[in-house]
Design a binder for this molecule. Sequence first.
Ligand code: SAM
Ligand code: SF4
Length: 398
Amino acid sequence: MLYNTCSIRDKAEQKVFNRLQNFKKAGKDKIFGVLGCVAQQEGEKIFDRAPHVSLVCGSASYPKFGEMLVQLEAGNRHVTGLSIDTEETFDTPFTRRDNPHRAYITIIEGCDKSCAYCVVPFTRGPERSRTSASVMDEARRLAAEGYSEIQLLGQNVNSYRDPSAAGWDFATLLARVAEIDGIRRVRYTTSHPRDFVKAIVDAMDANPVLCDHVHLPVQSGSTKVLAAMDRLYTRDEYMRRIDWLKNAKRRYSLTTDIIVGFPGETEDDFQKTLDLLDQVQYDSLFSFKYSPRPNTSALQMEDRVAEEEKQRRLAILQEKQRAIQIRRNAELIGEIREVLVEGRNHALGQWIGRGSDHRTINFTHPENGGESLVGRYLHVRVTRSGPNSLVGESASVV
Ligand code: SAM
Ligand code: SF4
């Protein structure tokens, strides 16, 4: 029983040990392994806290996973993979994919930044890019298998650098994947604003297969807080990237991540974040209360923001963003947009689709003899809107 874990915030980490106890009861006579970031962070301490665990392995050691299984089969009950000193990427043909139309491809692993709040550089190791040939081969194979949407993944996809002689940068890789026959949509996440260069916007403008959506995490609207976070850009530098996108040939949906209550964040800094929301008009965002993480430099910082104050700021931020989304989504009523059908809501008699801009649209379609529309691309007219999604009716004949 392999349990994959996340340690990005404290809450996720706390769950791991509770779940491990529950699994123990459910999985009698099984061998237990803990994988991922909590495994990397806690290491051999996991054997003490959960003695039924036999394997502890961080993601940088996945290439050695086969050898570890051999050790487990030989009866070793303390097997570890904890080195993060590696140049290898985890290139495997055995990827389980649950969605038959959308496939994720990791193009870069690890992170070389050192954001003051973030545990990732300690749990995922240094940046390692896959060769462009291996990414292209995988994308072509997926297209041949019928996948029409590809999402390129990495902690900072913008710093992708092809280690082979071809030497592609991220914008080149993006453009080439989008040219593969059978691929109708290409998305990517996550971008670090510092490495988000104009060539990426130009590549997107040149080929509509590259979706109308950019996720560009800002974290704070205050240049002072950004400096304390070691994010390597100012508010003005971030806004320059937003201007590229706003002045581009297509309308791009913009989303972001925000942390409230970072040490030293004053009311004035927080107001700057609210003001940034007004200025950018994001289509959606993920917001988090700052969570102290082991090994990170922010742990030593003074001027902690009290938990209730973090909660208050989070609620204000989310309320403001909700109002922005209600207004922005309402502007789309009457538009006809292409959606990839992702599922069916039987109770409501609606299909669930997603636009190129990543918005969800629930829509009705005339009775078609019970045939599934999942995986099809249809045109849908937007008739209503809410804060998080749209409602519409099919404008396609199928
Ligand atoms: N690499 C991406 C970047 O630089 O934008 C983000 C990776 S992280 C998995 C996703 C988000 O989690 C971050 O953008 C940040 O907003 C949030 N996050 C990371 N560490 C956090 C912490 N210690 N407390 C609260 N939120 C955190
Ligand atoms: Fe963490 Fe992203 Fe910063 Fe890397 S760039 S340290 S993953 S927040």
